[in-house]
Design a protein around this ligand. Structure first.
Ligand SMILES: O=C(O)CCC(=O)C1=CC=C[C@@H](O)[C@@H]1C(=O)O
Ligand SMILES: [Mg+2]
Length: 368
């Protein structure tokens, strides 16, 4: 397939509700969509899941826009490719910038699947017809707001509830959730808000039968997580510490955690995500697919990768309606009974609603 045209769209979409984590609050999502077209005019779509500020990772939307425009698009434009795996190799000379790389990687995978008349899930080797999904709840000022959201989402059938914690909003919050909901599958995500000095607080979480404690310590750390895991009954799940196959290999060897939250953007795309999946499958490391408050295009990619067998735990791919008044795909992603059906149409399996997309595009750039 020849990448004949590439379009970048800088998007500004307002989420229904603010989303608060240990490092800040988002409601206006400023991110990038990328479209790659072949000579027949077929489009593949990808999403660069940056935010306006570099709070979760060092990349941010304006930096990724520049990275795409100045370095990555010129490498890919007019290239003849046999397989999407070649994109990862093309981009290798430039360091990191994984969210930007992932957007183009994902768009080429979508185009490849479409031109071969298969679903993206099938192209990746996924066989699930439906995936189990959970939901990630932001930090709330009032515990009653959190408890009512846990009740609402549990009644909607989500297969697990993820709540955010940070110093001062941790043990007591989890205690009250557990007292109200003693049996629900429950996990916490600390977004690197703790250090080994907080080991006593983190050990107190062991009493709540949590599925996992996600990324308690510094982003990128493997050593201290390995030390901490030895003191915890609860599994540590790594998010911001796993940016590549190499990170995953070292984390497994060190015992830094027992679960990996796969975010396709964080690792630089579907090709690397698949490599990490296969490693975790060989090493019996549980995985699930994390979310980055994506639009429907990013959600579609998350559904496709989650169709692979070693995505053994419910991920963050909740319904479009949890985030958006109106998503930019048709149909929207719908979680029913804690499951999302894996589309079997070509590529991502959803139609991109370009008219709706353009309403939120604050900038567009075409490369031909
Ligand atoms: O997309 C979703 O619903 C998951 C959102 C979520 O939990 C996160 C999004 C982006 C970065 C982080 O704040 C956090 C995470 O760490 O998973
Ligand atoms: Mg996380």
């Amino acid at each position: 397939m020849k990448i004949d045209e590439i379009n970048l769209y800088k998007m500004n979409m307002k989420m229904k509700n603010p989303f608060t984590t240990s490092f800040g609050t988002q409601q206006e999502r400023l991110f990038i969509l990328v479209e790659v077209k072949n000579e027949e005019g077929i489009s593949g779509w990808g999403e660069c899941v940056t935010a306006e500020l570099p709070l979760y990772i060092e990349e941010f939307t304006d930096s990724s826009w520049l990275m795409l425009e100045k370095f990555l698009v010129p490498l890919l434009l007019k290239k003849e490719l046999d397989h999407p795996d070649e994109v990862h190799e093309l981009f290798r000379p430039y360091k990191r910038n994984h969210l930007a790389k992932s957007a183009l990687d994902g768009a080429v995978w979508d185009l490849y699947a479409k031109t071969n008349g298969i679903s993206l899930a099938e192209a990746l080797g996924g066989e699930k017809r439906a995936i189990d999904v959970g939901v990630s709840l932001g930090i709330k000022d009032d515990i009653e707001d959190l408890l009512s959201e846990v009740k609402e989402k549990t009644e909607e059938g989500y297969k697990r509830i993820k709540i955010k914690i940070k110093p001062g909003k941790d043990v007591e919050v989890v205690r009250q959730v557990r007292e109200r909901f003693p049996d629900i599958p429950l996990m916490v995500d600390a977004n690197s808000a703790y250090t080994l000095d907080d080991i006593d607080v983190l050990k107190e979480l062991d009493q709540f039968n949590l599925m996992m404690i996600e990324q308690p310590l510094t982003a990128g750390d493997l050593i201290d997580h390995a030390k901490l895991q030895k003191h915890l009954e609860t599994a540590i799940c790594l998010d911001e510490s796993i940016h590549s196959y190499e990170d995953a290999r070292q984390a497994i060897e060190l015992g830094s955690g027992r679960i990996i939250n796969m975010k396709v953007g964080r690792v630089g795309g579907l090709t690397e995500a698949k490599k990490i999946h296969d490693l975790c499958q060989r090493e019996n490391i549980d995985m699930w697919c994390g979310g980055m408050l994506e639009s429907g295009i990013g959600r579609a990619h998350n559904i496709a990768i989650t169709a692979l067998a070693n995505f053994t735990l419910p991920g963050d791919t909740a319904s479009s309606s949890r985030y958006w008044e109106k998503d930019i795909i048709k149909p929207e992603v719908v979680a029913a009974g804690g499951q999302v059906q894996v589309p079997d149409g070509p590529g991502i399996g959803y139609e991109v609603d370009v008219e709706e997309l353009l309403k939120h595009a604050v900038e567009k750039k075409q490369f031909v």
